[in-house]
Design a protein around this ligand. Structure first.
Ligand SMILES: [Mg+2]
Length: 290
């Protein structure tokens, strides 16, 4: 299913009982020619801080990047995060879990050999995974795939992931859906309504996980997806997040009280807190929530 993109104003706002999960590259931040060239708008940090407060800490990043890169990019924020597609995960209490990963020596060797032979490729080593980027030489995609598939023969427990201009080898047991489900078993995420936004095929497991629990999935940008909602690009997502932060700040303080049930108290809230809060309450009545 590939829904058409919504405008920012059409997408229902977050409700106060939301648990927010966000991919990073291509979702929060615009893609760049190299992973180290990605820039984060200062206003995004401010928005995420406001959302973290308004949602009682239930905001997490779920990315293919390692945790230390996410922390550096989002400094001074240090959010609960899943890195390397869930191979590593830091809970809200700061505890970091890392999955034991099968040996990657053959894969690293193959990726580095190809990189040495064909200019324009970039090998990125992570805890438990290896990424081979070909964004600067898209014509080399088939060589990347062939080399990594060959290296993966007789490598049980590892799997090949094809993202935007990148192939990645990672443990088969790790995916973004499992990472989100693990967060949802812990405070402050437990009992909240999950929303996950992502842009790539690597996010599909996360979309399926939140939708299977009655939550909301937002695909950012083009491409087929199981997500029921879509926004056009990272800028649209950032605008929507800023609107959500504003509306949640304006909403009456109610602690962890769940959002109003469909129809319940919507009129009263709209009179008290303005049209944006009314849009937030309406969201609770929409299929899949918001
Ligand atoms: Mg992404």
């Amino acid at each position: 299913m590939s829904p058409a993109p919504l405008s920012v104003s059409e997408l229902p706002l977050l409700t106060p009982d939301a648990a927010l999960f966000l991919d990073f590259d291509g979702t929060l931040a615009d893609l760049a020619p190299r992973p180290d060239a990605v820039r984060v708008p200062p206003s995004l940090i401010h928005t995420l801080q406001r959302l973290q407060q308004a949602l009682h800490g239930a905001v997490a990043v779920v990315s293919g990047r390692p945790l230390e890169q996410l922390d550096e990019l989002l400094r001074p924020l240090r959010l609960p995060s899943a890195g390397v597609h869930g191979v590593e995960r830091r809970s809200a209490d700061g505890y970091v879990q890392r999955l034991a990963a099968p040996a990657l020596d053959r894969v690293i060797e193959a990726a580095q050999a190809l990189c040495a032979r064909l200019p324009g490729l970039l090998v990125e080593r992570k805890h438990g995974a290896v990424a081979l980027h070909y964004r600067q030489a898209p014509e080399l995609r088939p060589y990347c795939e062939a080399a990594l598939r060959a290296a993966l023969e007789d490598a049980p427990g590892l799997t090949l992931l094809h993202g935007k201009m990148v192939y990645e080898v990672k443990p088969a047991v790790a995916n973004k859906g499992h990472a989100i489900q693990a967060f949802l078993r812990e405070p402050p995420f437990r009992g909240r309504r999950a929303l996950f936004a992502g842009d790539d095929v690597t996010d599909e497991d996360g979309f399926a996980a939140v939708q299977s629990e009655g939550g909301t999935a937002i695909k950012v940008g083009d491409g087929p997806s199981c997500a029921r909602w879509r926004l056009g690009d990272p800028q649209a997502l950032r605008e929507w997040l800023a609107q959500c932060a504003h509306a949640l700040d304006a909403a009456p303080v109610n602690g962890n009280r769940p959002a109003a049930a469909p129809g319940e108290a919507a009129a009263g809230t709209s009179r008290e807190a303005g049209p944006e809060a009314a849009r937030a309450v309406r969201a609770a009545a929409l299929p899949g929530g918001a």
